[in-house]
Ligand binder design. Structure first.
Ligand SMILES: [Fe+2]
Length: 214
């Protein structure tokens, strides 16, 4: 008589749970493969191989696919946004949604059905541009105990933003202009001299890494 294993066998249940968990994705690091600044979406390649079960109950690793159209999760709310450049090869932190979020993204509707039965799947990821290798920390001058540091440059506003004038440079430029200006048509005695040539060179007072709209 052949013994049969009952379905409630703890070992079987454990293996089934372990196998199911292999399909559950929560968070991974990935590299940006391509990036579309118009849609703010990127194709990304997970850097860690996935683990898949074999027919004999074992496990092997395999490359996870490039995930297309992953939204870069820039901070934005209330009409404000905070963005920075994304480059091919940048590492990003992927967060996988517990339910499919494509329907919401397409419709913006409250209380919508997911539209796709998927739990913690690869297709509902967002990418946080916050990852880096241990060997590539920020240089110490990017951190300050008293100030928020945004480097290497910052633009406040749209494409029409202009370089901001720096107080010390403005003072220096005005001083130089006043002390160095000349007159044409200089006359002596009660005569009237010509107009003085006094000009502050705008470019010399402009910040090279801070621009703002008027
Ligand atoms: Fe003068």
């Amino acid at each position: 008589m052949t013994a049969t294993r009952e379905p409630e066998d703890p070992e079987l249940i454990s293996k089934a749970i372990q196998s199911a968990l292999l399909e559950v994705h929560t968070s991974l690091i990935a590299h940006v493969v391509s990036w579309d600044p118009l849609t703010q979406k990127a194709d990304v390649r997970p850097v860690t191989r996935g683990t898949v079960p074999t027919a004999d109950g074992d496990q092997v690793t395999e490359d996870l696919p490039v995930i297309p159209g992953v939204r870069i999760a820039f901070f934005r709310s209330g009409g404000f946004s905070f963005t920075f450049p994304i480059s091919v090869g940048d590492p990003v932190r992927l967060i996988f949604s517990e339910s499919y979020s494509g329907t919401y993204r397409a419709t913006g509707a409250d209380a919508s059905d997911p539209g796709l039965v998927e739990r913690f799947g690869l297709s509902s990821a967002v990418a946080l541009p916050c990852e880096e290798r241990d060997a590539n920390p920020l240089s110490p001058d990017r951190l300050d105990p008293a100030d928020a540091v945004i480097a290497p440059s910052l633009r406040v506003g749209g494409l029409s933003a202009l370089p901001v004038a720096m107080a010390a440079l403005v003072q220096s430029a005005i001083t130089t202009a006043i002390t160095g200006h000349t007159h044409t048509g200089v006359t002596t005695g009660a005569g009237v001299s010509g107009t003085g040539a006094l000009a502050v060179p705008v470019g010399s007072v402009a910040s090279s890494n801070l621009k703002a709209e008027p």
